[in-house]
Design a binder for this molecule. Structure first.
Ligand code: SAM
Length: 313
C-alpha cells in the first residue's frame, strides 16, 4: 500500500467511527478527524510520509464525502488539473521565482485542493490567500493547510465583495459557474449583465483582475464554452481592456463526466506599461494524459512558447 493510502486508511476509519457514533455527515466527520489530528486527540504514524502523501489522502477522503453528500457546490479540483495549473504557474514565473516567493490568491478556494497542489508543487515558494463562502469547505481547507504545513491566510466571505488582499502576482481559480445571486454587488462590476442576472464566472474574472498586480497572471479553469454564451461579447471587451490573453488550453475530454462539464485553462496577464504584449498566444490541447510521449511533446511546446515570449520593453 502506498503511503497516502495508509494515511487514508487511518483517517477514513476514524471518520467512519465518528459518523456511526455521532450521526455526523462524512465530511463533517472528516473535518473533526483532521482537527483531532491537529490537536493530538487522534494519532497515527506513517513512516516517511510527506506533504503530498497527506494532501492526496485528504483529497480521497473529501472525494468520498462529496460523493455521499448532496451539496451541488461541493466540488473539488482534481490534482490532474491542479498539477497542470502548477506547471503553467512555474513556467510563467520561472525567472521571478528565483527572487523569492510569489503572492497567490484563490478566490474560490473550496477544499483548497487546487491551491495546495500548486503550493506543494512550488515547494515553499508561494505566499497564499484563499477566499471561500462555504463554512465547511473553508474549515476543511484550513485543517488541511495546517496538516501539510502550507501557510495560507483564509477569508470566509463572498469573494465578489471587497477583499482585504493586496494585489497579488497570481490568481488561481477553478471558477464557480452559474448566475450570481447578489445583484446589488454585481452592479459594481463592468461585467454586470445589462439585463437579468450576471454570470458569477464572469464577475470572478473581473474581480481577479482587480486584485492582480500589473503584469501579474491569472490562471483560470473555465467552462470550455466560456466564449460562446450570449454575454461573451462583453467578456471579450473586458479582457481586451485589462489583460492580454496568454494561453487557452483545452483539456482532454476524458477528464470530465460529460460535455457540459468540460473545462479549459485560460491564462490572462494584466496589462503593464513596462511590458509588451505577448508575441504568441498559446492555443493548445492537452493530449490524453496516459499518452506519455504526446504529453512530453506538449510540455516541450509549452516551454518553447515561454522561451519565445520575451515581453521586456
Ligand atoms: N478549487 C476548489 C478545490 O480544489 O476544492 C474548487 C472550487 S469550486 C469549482 C468553486 C468554489 O467557489 C466552491 O467551493 C464554491 O463554494 C465557491 N464559491 C462560489 N461562489 C462564491 C463566492 N461568491 N465567493 C466565494 N466563494 C464562492
Amino acid at each position: 500500500m502506498e503511503k497516502f493510502e495508509q494515511i487514508f486508511k487511518y483517517v477514513n476509519e476514524y471518520a467512519e467511527k465518528l459518523v456511526e457514533a455521532n450521526g455526523l455527515d462524512y465530511l463533517e466527520a472528516l473535518l473533526q478527524t483532521l482537527e483531532d489530528t491537529l490537536d493530538g486527540t487522534f494519532e497515527w504514524q506513517v513512516e516517511g510520509a510527506n506533504k503530498e502523501d497527506m494532501r492526496k489522502a485528504i483529497q480521497i477522503a473529501i472525494l468520498k464525502g462529496m460523493r455521499k453528500s448532496a451539496q451541488p457546490n461541493h466540488q473539488m479540483t482534481p490534482d490532474t488539473l491542479g498539477l497542470l495549473v502548477a506547471h503553467f504557474v512555474e513556467q510563467c514565473f520561472e525567472h521571478r521565482l528565483q527572487h523569492g516567493p510569489i503572492a497567490v490568491v484563490d478566490p474560490a478556494l473550496g477544499t483548497g485542493n487546487l491551491l495546495f497542489t500548486v503550493m506543494n508543487a512550488l515547494n515553499g515558494n508561494v505566499e497564499a490567500t484563499g477566499v471561500e463562502v462555504d463554512d465547511l469547505l473553508i474549515r476543511l481547507a484550513a485543517a488541511t493547510g495546517d496538516l501539510i504545513e502550507q501557510p495560507v491566510t483564509l477569508f470566509r466571505q463572498d469573494a465578489l465583495e471587497k477583499l482585504l488582499v493586496d494585489p497579488v502576482d497570481a490568481v488561481i481559480c477553478d471558477l464557480p459557474v452559474g448566475y450570481y445571486p447578489n445583484e446589488e454587488v454585481a452592479l459594481d462590476f463592468e461585467l454586470c449583465a445589462s439585463e437579468g442576472m450576471s454570470y458569477a464566472h464572469h464577475l470572478f474574472i473581473e474581480q481577479s483582475m482587480n486584485y492582480t498586480k500589473d503584469g501579474g497572471f491569472a490562471f483560470f479553469l473555465i467552462p470550455a464554452n466560456l466564449f460562446e454564451s450570449e454575454q461573451a461579447k462583453q467578456l471579450h471587451k473586458f479582457i481586451k481592456g485589462h489583460a492580454w490573453i496568454q494561453a487557452v488550453i483545452q483539456l482532454p475530454e476524458n477528464l470530465f463526466a460529460s460535455k457540459a462539464h468540460e473545462k479549459s485553462i485560460l491564462i490572462l496577464q494584466k496589462h503593464s506599461e513596462h511590458l509588451k504584449a505577448p508575441r504568441e498566444v498559446l492555443l493548445a490541447k492537452v493530449p490524453n494524459m496516459s499518452n506519455r510521449e504526446a504529453l512530453a511533446m506538449f510540455f516541450e511546446k509549452v516551454s518553447m512558447w515561454r522561451e519565445g515570449n520575451d515581453q521586456k520593453r
